[in-house]
Write a protein that binds this ligand. Structure first.
Ligand code: IMP
Ligand code: MG
Length: 185
């Protein structure tokens, strides 16, 4: 496995900025859902670090659940639009206030598919909170209620986001220099 320093182009969001913005989002969500019990649904695997930090900044009662989707395989760098649900929720969401927690919205196909799927289960409300929004890449319109940062059209890694499943553990968001990155064997 390559040391990330070899292909890191630039840290576009450092650890402190990430944590400060996540605290703001947690406070905003807590105000908006005051008096409610909020059900957070994290989309695996990229959203786990964000969920773990965000929920610690939410001060109203909350529960969590997980689901997984596959949009593209190792080696590919964009969604195909063919999004499959690979892990379903443990709990029923009927009548609940649901907030989807995502690492990044890129083309929008992943979130659009997940929302359509979840709406059929009749939640009381369904909103989206994404840490990153690659707005210029959007191919399908999706309603984003909470967004951490709008970022440029560059492949990013760290803080939950992977390159070929690696580097999710880094505490910052960085961009990749594709010429210096070598996929693992
Ligand atoms: P979308 O369906 O095109 O919106 O893609 C969303 C999914 O693609 C995210 O949940 C990520 O897993 C992945 N993704 C999109 N852009 C990046 C990136 O720059 N780095 C790592 N993963 C990404
Ligand atoms: Mg991914």
């Amino acid at each position: 496995m390559q040391d990330y320093h070899e292909f890191l182009d630039e840290i576009i969001i450092g650890e402190e900025d990430l944590q400060r913005r996540i605290a703001e989002l947690g406070a905003e969500i807590s105000r908006d859902y005051h008096g409610c019990k909020l059900h957070l649904i994290c989309i695996l695997r990229g959203g786990v670090l964000f969920l773990a930090d965000l929920m610690r900044k939410i001060t109203i009662p909350n529960t969590i659940d997980f689901m997984a989707v596959s949009s593209y395989g190792v080696g590919a760098r964009r969604s195909t639009g063919d999004v499959r649900i690979t892990l379903d929720l443990q709990e029923d969401i009927r009548g609940r206030d649901v907030l989807l927690v995502e690492d990044i919205v890129d083309s929008g196909y992943t979130i659009a598919t997940v929302m359509e799927f979840l709406k059929t289960r009749r939640p009381k409300s369904l909103s989206v909170c994404t840490l990153l929004d690659k707005a210029e890449r959007r191919e399908i319109d999706v309603p984003i209620r909470y967004r951490g940062f709008v970022i440029p059209d560059k492949f990013v890694f760290g803080y939950g986001l992977d390159i070929d499943e690696l580097y999710r553990n880094l505490p910052f968001i960085g961009t990749v220099n594709a010429e210096r990155y070598h996929p693992p064997e």
